[in-house]
Design a protein around this ligand. Structure first.
Ligand code: G6P
Length: 462
């Protein structure tokens, strides 16, 4: 069995003394595959992303079961930053807006050629490594062309592709030039089976195929939701490093004027346009305006980890988040109260500490394939946490009954939802959290992975 993805399970850093340090990656895919264990004999093909990774490849250092492809840095930059993250990510998350409409010019065509080269490098490596009739699970929008390319090289293989993002509606996908549209769809339809996180994204893909490719042909399209890894999260969130961070965080949050603990509204995201962090801050400011009784009594703890910082639009977004945080803090803050605590450093233990003490979790993406934060918080929460959830997150399908659902564009509605979360009766909150946690862990990552694999191995209907 082989897995292919842009980002792999491990990444290397070069220490000051020139030695290499391995850092384990996070995310559902990593925990899904790790849960299967090294004995499964799977090989994971991924990109060498950092200087440390390229150095590891050059020195022949690596983990058992992982092959890093040293794709030239410029090819990777064009494929990853140019096509995958600036075009495909924007299309599937419907993020284009003035002045960010797509421009399909000569630069785009050059980047597209790099995307093809990048995908071919994966297809060739997989073709070389795969045993006769092996199953290959290709992951995500970085590698849409791999199934078709691999099928040509190795017709004997069972090829699957899984999308961790939403899929764009027909009119939005239709923004792409005709030939690019066709290449993306034909590339993916080279797979025996395609997987999506929700029925909504799977149907959107099929609709694009009907419109632009004459249907899905012999390729099967299936849905595999991905849940939180409950056991791991509970164990991890009670280690001493998390307890320490909880104490520190409580100190920073401070006490209300009456001496009681301040309430917390927590969000944890990559600093990513689709996560809608700015509207979250606007909603929080609206809450402080509409309900001045919350001033001094609530803190918005916002984790916004840097992401894709090679792209100007991500850097600008990060600056917007920082600017608005400062505006709110200087307009409303008092000597003993900082209304927004913004965390820009990626610290998993600290975010788990925030999950444990959160009164309200704010998950308001414009669009999201699934969103695992919405599923992790209820599992980890100590005393129950109200979940404010966007109806545009994949997780909405499974969590809608016990979440406070919002339209992510509606700042006023989101402010009202925050108030509702803060004032929810503690017993109701705890009951809802229990049900959310059960729904969130129904499809653990290992199960998600095995279901995909088993479905791929099922014989073809014809
Ligand atoms: C999304 C994508 C993943 C990606 C992750 C982080 O969840 O579906 O494929 O790995 O974002 O983005 P990055 O660009 O840092 O890999």
């Amino acid at each position: 069995m082989l897995v292919a993805s842009n980002r792999g399970p491990v990444s290397y850093e070069v220490g000051e003394d020139g030695s290499l340090h391995a850092k384990r990656g996070g995310g559902g895919l990593v925990s899904g595959l790790s849960a299967i264990g090294p004995d499964a004999g799977a090989l994971w093909v991924c990109s060498a992303l950092t200087d440390g990774d390229r150095e590891a490849v050059a020195r022949g250092v690596g983990e058992e079961g992982v092959r890093m492809l040293p794709v030239p840095a410029d090819v990777h930059a064009d494929a990853y930053n140019g096509i995958a993250n600036s075009v495909l990510w924007f299309v599937h998350h419907m993020l284009y807006q003035t002045p960010l409409e797509p421009v399909f010019d000569a630069e785009f065509r050059r980047q597209w050629a790099a995307y093809e080269t990048y995908n071919r490098a994966f297809a060739q490596a997989l073709a070389q490594e795969a045993a006769q009739g092996a199953a290959v699970l290709v992951q995500d929008y970085h590698l849409c062309l791999v199934p078709g390319m691999l099928r040509e090289l190795r017709p004997d293989l069972r090829i699957g592709h899984f999308s961790h993002t939403p899929w764009a509606p027909v009119d939005y996908f239709g923004l792409l030039p005709d030939d690019i549209r066709a290449q993306l769809l034909t590339g993916m339809l080279g797979a025996d089976r395609l997987g999506f996180l929700t029925r909504r994204w799977a149907d959107a893909f099929s609709a694009c195929c009907t419109e632009f490719a004459g249907g899905t042909g012999k390729t099967r399209v299936g849905v595999h939701g991905l849940g939180a890894d409950g056991e791991f999260l509970l164990e991890r969130s009670h280690r001493p490093d998390v307890d320490e961070r909880m104490a520190a965080l409580r100190e920073e949050i401070g006490a209300a004027p009456d001496g009681g603990a301040r309430r917390t509204i927590v969000r944890v995201d990559r600093t990513e346009l689709s996560k809608n962090i700015v509207r979250g801050l606007l909603a929080y400011r609206q809450l402080l305006d509409d309900h001045p009784e919350w001033r001094e009594r609530v803190v918005h703890v916002a984790f916004a980890y840097p992401s894709r910082q090679d792209l100007a639009v991500y850097r600008d977004y990060m600056a917007d988040v920082q600017r608005l945080t400062q505006e709110i803090n200087s307009a409303y803050g008092t000597p003993g109260w900082t209304p927004v605590l913004l965390n820009l450093k990626d610290d998993f233990a600290r975010s788990l500490a925030a999950y444990r003490l959160a009164d309200v979790a704010l998950v308001n993406p414009i669009r999201d394939g699934m969103n695992l934060v919405a599923k992790e918080v209820p599992v980890v929460s100590d005393e129950g946490c109200a979940l404010v959830l966007s109806r545009e997150a994949g997780a909405y399908g499974e969590l809608r009954d016990d979440a406070i659902v919002v339209n992510p564009y509606d700042v006023l509605e989101t402010a009202r939802a925050l108030h509702e979360g803060l004032t929810m009766d503690p017993r109701e909150r705890a009951e809802r959290t229990g049900r959310l946690s059960a729904a969130a862990t129904a499809l653990p990552p290992a199960r998600w992975f095995l279901d995909q694999l088993n479905a791929l191995r099922e014989p073809h209907p014809n």
